[in-house]
Design a protein around this ligand. Structure first.
Ligand code: SGN
Ligand code: CA
Length: 555
């Protein structure tokens, strides 16, 4: 830590002339530097934010950020998976540049990140919540992070070199900790805080007060819930993230009675019970044992309320499980949406609490507040849950920004934005020169102009996903999305291309790569992709393997 402090002081001194220059050169620099609050959730998708006009959920507190600021309608991630996305946001660089290509990597914390740049310029920095980068956070005055994926109840946190267990529900605790940091901060300096939730990550466990909240609700089904993937390639057909087939009854849907949860599931007994089907035996074992472990984190009172809330669902399942596959899929979809929405309710309430707290200390309007997610998610589209694909539901991510001093209220933007743009945006908005090696673009001209796309703005976003073979079996792929089209190349154990006309086919149901009517578009898109890969420096796809077994002590 001493080394870090010394280095910080030296760098701050070195930066001063640049900062002073920026101040002198621009008259519009705010009188005091804005605070920065990055609110991020895990797997929250635009279809689950009412500000995005979607069919499913009511999120009044999240919507407030968009209503009093800007909603970016074309915000995309560079790699739709947790750790990689977090590394992209921290560094403002693509995965092949920051090195964190899949969830099994260890983030090289010695590299430049936006919290370090802000810290060096005098900001107080904090990281609270889900970190998921497998190495100790650097560049923060204070951090309290979940261990690995984190737990919904009585979660473990790693802080000040110790692992501690906190009583309560994870979304509430992360908010308490974030507020506590703000309470104790040095009020003479601006702060930059990463307030990162675990929710609504799988297995979607609601807070006690939200149990049963949506048990009488029926959620609209996406038109392609029963997609058969015809006309798509082997990647869409070969995935393992179908609600009907791959969503686990125990872990995902909580279909285990208190009696079954009290049993001793020794590994050998589990294998014996499922001898005929080894892969199902492994899944079943994981499903039952993971669920039991998370259930057992609850107090006896919490378990009792949980059991009562899920009893009707367990009873219903006894008849549903004998129905047709399509009926099972449709029923599972409803249960999935009920839990996911209840977990989102917890997020929305806590975001509301954070906004109110900022208001109460007079910092609400001095703070650039961003709400985003580490990527989008499938809520039944194509019959799926999870993410990873470059398809729209998960490549696209919610991004709403509030800062009344510079961002007109109630604006929206169609500019192609990316998660790697956040780092340079914060640095730029703080009046600091953006380091030249950052690959993202500052969104300042977009968000301060009422959402206009600058003339020299990017015309395509780049994507590259690496985590295969791994969870959910989504093949490695890269591609480009322009405002009208999307071109994807699946590689590694296949060599397949897909082209979508996003204006005519926003659900990406018709791969037109081999359609002669799109021959010219296909050529243009190949050329645009080739240029973009040159520009971002990703010309040699990384084929390192995903390491399935991570150390238990990873952060
Ligand atoms: C866990 C989940 C997966 C999920 C990955 C990555 N399985 O492994 O469903 O895709 O995390 O998610 S679970 O049985 O543990 O729920 S990520 O958001 O962290 O990238
Ligand atoms: Ca995620």
């Amino acid at each position: 830590m001493k080394d870090f402090a010394t280095r910080t002081a030296a760098l701050a001194a070195a930066l001063l002339p640049a900062v002073a220059h920026t101040a002198a050169a621009s008259d519009d620099r705010p009188a005091r530097r804005p605070n920065i609050l990055v609110m991020m959730t895990d797997d929250h998708t635009t279809q689950g934010v009412s500000a995005y006009g979607h069919r499913l959920m009511h999120t009044p507190n999240l919507d407030r950020i968009a209503n009093e600021g800007i909603r970016l309608d074309r915000a995309y991630v560079a790699n739709a998976i947790s750790g990689p996305s977090r590394a992209c946001i921290l560094t403002g660089k693509y995965s092949h540049m920051n090195g964190f290509t899949d969830n099994s990597r260890t983030f090289d914390g010695s590299q430049q990140t936006f919290p370090k740049v802000l810290h060096d310029a005098g900001y107080q920095t904090a990281m609270i919540g889900k970190w998921h980068l497998n190495s100790e956070p650097q560049g923060f005055d204070s951090y309290s992070i979940l261990v690995g994926q984190g737990e919904y109840y009585q979660p473990q946190f790693y802080e000040n070199g110790d692992t501690i267990v906190e009583p309560g529900y994870v979304t509430d605790i992360i908010t308490d900790k974030a507020i506590d940091f703000l309470d104790k901060r040095d009020k003479d300096r601006p702060f930059a805080m990463l307030y990162y939730h675990k929710a609504p990550h799988r297995n979607w466990m609601p807070a006690q007060r939200h149990l049963g909240l949506y048990s009488d609700s029926t959620f609209a089904e996406p038109a392609n819930l029963l997609d058969d993937y015809s006309g798509r390639g082997s990647a869409a057909r070969g995935q393992e993230m179908e609600i009907g087939r791959d969503m686990w009854p125990e872990w995902d849907l909580k279909l285990m009675t208190p009696e079954d949860l009290a049993k001793d599931y020794h590994l050998d007994k589990m294998a014996d019970a499922n001898k005929e089907d080894v892969s199902r035996a492994n899944d079943w074992r994981a499903s039952v044992m993971q669920y039991q472990a998370m259930y057992n984190r609850m107090t006896p009172e919490e378990k009792a309320r949980w059991d009562a809330a899920y009893a009707p669902r367990i009873a219903e399942w006894q008849s549903v499980k004998h129905q047709s596959q399509d009926s099972i899929t449709r029923w599972k979809y409803q249960q999935y949406m009920r839990d996911y929405s209840a977990v989102i309710r917890g997020v929305d309430e806590n975001v509301g609490r954070m906004l109110q707290y900022l208001d109460s200390i007079g910092e609400l309007d001095n703070t650039i507040i961003v709400y985003t997610s580490d990527q989008g998610f499938f809520l039944g589209e194509h019959g799926w849950f999870d993410k990873r694909f470059m398809y729209e539901e998960c490549q696209r991510t919610p991004m709403m920004i509030r800062y009344p001093a510079a961002i007109p209220a109630g604006t929206t933007s169609d500019a192609l934005a990316m998660n790697i743009d956040l780092a340079p945006t914060f640095i730029d908005m703080a009046g600091i020169e953006v380091p030249a090696d950052i690959q993202g673009l500052s969104l300042k001209p977009v968000i301060t102009s009422g959402g206009k796309t600058p003339d020299d703005w990017r015309t395509g976003v780049y994507y590259h996903y690496y985590e295969y073979p791994s969870w959910h079996s989504v093949k490695r792929h890269y591609g480009i999305r322009t405002s009208d089209y999307k071109l994807i190349h699946f590689y590694n154990d296949v060599d397949e291309w897909e082209l979508y006309d996003m204006r005519r086919d926003p659900q990406e149901m018709h791969n037109v790569y081999d359609d002669p009517a799109y021959a010219a578009v296909r050529e243009q898109m190949h050329e645009a992709l080739r240029k973009l890969q040159q520009e971002v420096g990703d010309t040699d796809p990384d084929e390192r393997e995903f390491e399935f077994f991570q150390g238990a002590d990873k952060l």
